[in-house]
Design a protein around this ligand. Structure first.
Ligand code: MN
Length: 290
């Protein structure tokens, strides 16, 4: 197997607010990279780096909005997030939990800080990924997977573990059901621990350093940096310089056209126009604002 090498290590771009609750660094698309296909099947990576919110009786977040054609994956590291959607699903996720919402043919949802967390205030840190759906599944029925920390698969390594959300690591399979090959892991590493990773060379692969600092092969990356890997080989390793958490994304590119407009992610502009028409006609269901 050939070594997969680092392409670029990006510092987090200046944050912006999504609603009033998510202070995010927008890595892609059109953040630090501009090719919408570069990380396919992942379409978007927004990262809320650690930020302390003051107490409030009115939870901060994003009000009712639609999605169609992809999945929103929210990973909580600190703080709590509440979710409600027009398919009738709701949930609260806390540190280590993941919600995996398949918008498919269309949902309305809202995303807020959980009420008690909002009232107490405190440190908040999370990731939101948009995972594109293959053409054949863009109009699949909406689905909601709440994946608790306890439900994650774990593969112990010396000085740490690989926490598998989706895909598999050395035969251990994560709990998330996906529509195309997607690997999503959290590496939990003590100082000096090394994790070997290998994925097919054509799988688009990157890492987000959530905590600590690591060497990827021999290149240093620290907290809040995003590491884009080349597609020049299969295997690489991550070695912790201090206690670290690293989110690993690797997936098979879909190789299909992308038409992206706001909250809709389709294959053609006529499908985007149809999404707008369907949304305006109320076909995404009903969800109250509060
Ligand atoms: Mn959303």
């Amino acid at each position: 197997m050939a070594i997969r090498s680092v392409e670029v290590i990006f510092a987090p771009p200046a944050p912006h607010m999504v609603g009033d609750g998510f202070r995010v660094h927008h890595f892609f698309p059109d953040g630090v990279i501009h090719d919408k296909q570069r990380m396919s099947p992942f379409f978007m990576l927004d990262y809320a780096s650690p930020f302390t919110f003051t107490p409030t009786d009115t939870p901060r977040g994003v009000g009712v909005h639609p999605h169609r054609g992809f999945e929103t994956v929210t990973i909580a590291y600190q703080g709590k997030i509440a979710h409600h959607d027009s398919a009738g699903n709701q949930g609260v996720i806390a540190a280590g939990d993941v919600q995996w919402m398949t918008a498919g043919s269309g949902v309305l949802h809202k995303e807020y800080h959980e009420k008690e967390f909002a009232e107490q205030g405190g440190l908040f840190q999370m990731v939101q990924l948009w995972v594109n759906l293959p053409k054949a599944y863009k109009m699949t029925a909406p689905r909601y997977q709440e994946l608790t920390k306890a439900a994650m698969a774990r593969y112990p390594i010396e000085g740490g573990e690989v926490e598998i959300i989706a895909g598999d690591y050395k035969g251990k399979k994560g709990p998330a059901s996906t529509f195309s090959p997607v690997n999503l892991f959290n590496l939990h590493l003590q100082p000096g621990a090394t994790c070997e990773l290998d994925f097919p060379a054509h799988y688009n692969t990157s890492l987000l350093v959530i905590k600590g600092s690591v060497l990827i092969n021999d290149q240093a990356a620290s907290a809040d940096q995003w590491v884009l890997m080349k597609n020049d080989g299969e295997s690489f390793h991550v070695k912790a310089s201090e206690e670290s958490i690293v989110l690993v994304l690797s997936g098979e590119p879909l190789g299909e056209p992308i038409a992206a407009y706001g909250p809709f992610l389709m294959n053609s502009w006529s499908e985007i126009e149809q999404a707008v028409v369907d949304f305006n006609q109320g076909k995404f269901g009903v969800l109250a604002d509060h």
